[in-house]
Design a protein around this ligand. Structure first.
Ligand code: ASP
Length: 474
């Protein structure tokens, strides 16, 4: 298959998977063994074989590409210049993404729609039952101010018990521990401590500890430059190793059309359509906000990167499609590097450094999504017994700051954004169990946010390449 045709074949695979999924959804019986066997086969080919194969090469690829990127830069000053511009770009665009998301949810108000009102009514009914149960068990009035804290603890316990009886139990546990951390501790545990890990532990973790790998690779590259000629064989080895990893990536991509079709078919066949209906406005707000952010990114490509947005979109097609279906920036990384260097003609010196770092810390789509989700939930549930009412300016600012940090701290794996959202929720006093209502559509929205995360990284590479390329002699 010619490389140039790959995205068309992937699109055909996606279309076939979509149709198969719809047919199964409409006419299949989810309880039947034929249905479960089909979904099992789709998951085997899509998730286990394809995503598993991509995951297999992430850790060695990140290591080799960063050492290669650093050792190909002429000197320490250039490393500093590329590093500062990369991080400045990542930080600014993440902030822009959160602002766009917050503006979208405040204007569209998905939490005030009819469907949202029904969900709120249902919750109010549950709280009424809790109040009666509290009164009959303790003999105290739940509405009395002195009993309020006790009643809220009672309600939280009942919610926890209900969640413990569902499929969400393990996610609830992970969220509880994320909530207990707070933003400072989240950054300490998810950024600082992993950076200083044993590199072999970092490489062998599942998922691999990207920050630990990045930091050790940076040190190795810088040390190679400091040692000079005697360390040239080390630099050459990683350069060749990097090329080998990219070749394996291209082999894997030949499986992409079939495997991606399987991922889509499995997703559509098992999608909960009812949940989608009641959360339609919320989903449209996230997707609309992401659309606006994409326009902002494309303007940056044009104005700062001096590249036509059409050329940019053509160049990122393959990586974008893979990110959309795998919902993992890390699994997409090999292809992100390939498209950025081969299609967008970004210098490998820049791409090998900016992209692995970006896949780990730069998540525009996730940041936008975190802000939208929390404000949506506050719009929908605000004023109930256990949810604070007003969305004040101070609260919006707290959501903004925590959403930025929660996106930086999120791992580049499926649904990671939903877990770190626990921190944003707890910063404004929203109990964790309220997040589970949006769990039903999380996978769908993860497709949009992950593809935006990857696109943001590629825009960053184009911009840093434009700003630094000349000085690097490209
Ligand atoms: N799946 C996203 C990524 O890999 C992270 C998230 O859940 O938002 O970029």
């Amino acid at each position: 298959m010619k490389r140039i045709d790959l995205h068309y074949v992937i699109l055909i695979g996606m279309g076939t998977g979509f149709l198969t999924g719809i047919l199964m959804h409409l006419y299949g019986d989810p309880e039947s063994s034929a249905f479960t066997t089909a979904v099992w086969c789709f998951d085997l080919l899509g998730k286990d074989l394809f995503i598993g194969g991509l995951k297999m090469i992430i850790a060695p690829l990140i290591f080799a590409s960063i050492v290669t990127g650093v050792t190909s830069l002429p000197n320490m000053r250039e490393i500093g210049a590329v590093g500062v511009k990369t991080f400045a770009y990542y930080f600014v665009t993440t902030c822009i993404a959160v602002c766009i998301g917050m503006a979208a949810v405040l204007v569209i108000q998905p939490g005030a729609s009819d469907a949202a009102r029904n969900v709120r009514e249902h919750r109010a009914e549950t709280l009424r039952e809790y109040r009666e149960a509290y009164q009959s068990q303790t003999g105290r009035d739940p509405a009395a101010p002195e009993n309020r804290a006790d009643f809220l603890a009672f309600a939280a316990k009942r919610d926890g018990q209900e969640i413990a009886a569902t499929d969400f139990q393990s996610q609830y546990g992970v969220m509880q521990s994320a909530e207990a951390m707070g933003p400072g501790e989240l950054l300490r545990q998810s950024l600082l401590l992993p950076v200083l890990s044993n590199p072999f532990t970092s490489l062998s973790g599942s998922p691999p500890n990207s920050l630990g790998i990045i930091f050790f690779a940076l040190l190795t590259g810088i040390a190679c430059l400091a040692v000079g000629t005697p360390a040239q064989p080390v630099a050459d080895f990683f350069k060749a190793f990097n090329a080998v990893m990219m070749t394996i990536t291209l082999w894997l991509m030949r499986l992409a059309p079939v495997c991606i079709g399987c991922i889509i078919a499995s997703m559509i066949a098992t999608l909960g359509v009812d949940a989608l209906k009641s959360l339609l406005w919320y989903c449209m707000t996230v997707v609309g906000g992401i659309g606006v952010h994409i326009c902002a990114l494309l303007s940056l490509v044009l104005v700062v990167g001096r590249m036509s947005p059409f050329r940019f979109l053509r160049g990122i097609r393959d990586a974008w499609l893979i990110a959309f279906t795998t919902t993992s920036s890390a699994a997409t990384l090999p292809l992100t590097i390939h498209c950025t260097t081969k299609e967008l003609k970004v210098s490998p010196k820049v791409a090998n450094f900016t992209l692995p770092v970006g896949a780990t810390v730069n998540m525009d789509g996730t940041a936008l999504y975190e802000g939208v989700a929390i404000i949506f939930l506050l719009q929908m549930y605000g004023g109930l017994d256990d949810v604070p009412t007003a969305l004040t300016g101070a609260k919006l600012f707290i959501i903004f700051v925590t959403a930025v940090f929660a996106s930086i701290g999120a791992a580049a794996v499926p649904s990671a954004g939903l877990i770190t959202m626990a921190i944003v929720a707890s910063s404004v006093g929203l109990p964790l169990h309220y997040i589970f209502i949006i769990y039903a559509v999380d996978h769908l929205l993860d497709m949009f946010r992950t593809s935006t995360n990857v696109m943001g990284d590629m825009v960053g590479a184009v911009i840093v390449n434009r700003l630094e390329g000349d000085r690097l002699g490209e």
